[in-house]
Design a protein around this ligand. Sequence first.
Ligand SMILES: [Zn+2]
Length: 271
Amino acid sequence: MPVRIKIAVGLAATAFLAVLSALIASAVLFPPPWRWLAAAAACLEVLALLFALDVYVPQVTVYTPCFRRGKKGSRRVALTFDDGPSAVTTEKILRVLKQHGARATFFVLGRSIEGNEKILRRIAEDGHEIGNHGYSHTKMHRLAASKLDDEIQRTERLVRKVARSRTVLLRTPHGFTGPRVGAAARRNGYRIVGWTRGVWDTDRDVTAARIVKRTLRNLEGGEIILLHDARGDDTSHVQRATVEALPDILRGIEALGLSPVPVGDLMSERP
Ligand SMILES: [Zn+2]
């Protein structure tokens, strides 16, 4: 996690605890009606926190159903690549996956399919799973229902036309969800997919060695690993470090006795 995000999370947690402590103290110390007002404000603050966790933290599900990890004790891990297809990196990634006999899930952007149709077809021909990452990489939790449907359906139509495949897995840009996104996923026949392990391979100064380390440190069966073959917010960025890291990641996964699989394979292991 980049330092600026760690600092922001730390400040937000400190502010939350300070306000909650002040409200609880007020509820204890002051007479009615201030006591009840402070207690109601403390409850509202906790509800707001739960809502924020649901929307912004892909590893936490409060209101919005999301497939976040496979079965504990599984001997499989899911490799996922977001934001492609990329004319520069996706085929290199496909070559490495083929050399290792590994399959993965590619959460593609509709915008990036246009002009890269051959690459999307190759993803499907190589036996990988295709998931929907929306059309334009817009943060979905801010969108109205009709715009949400548009983001999902435009990409779905492109995947169907180009790869002749039907995708039912949705990974939202940045993993931001919320009840409205959950309703759109249900309406369009999708399951939202999160991840257990974000390795921040889109950081500008990240090295391949660091990506490998973050991916393999204490890796357990059932985990979903988030990698990128492009960067949705910056189409000129090239994910060189991810391509460079992938052979060592696959060797490391094999050394741990785990198999890299698409997310759908982890889902089918659920009891
Ligand atoms: Zn993305």
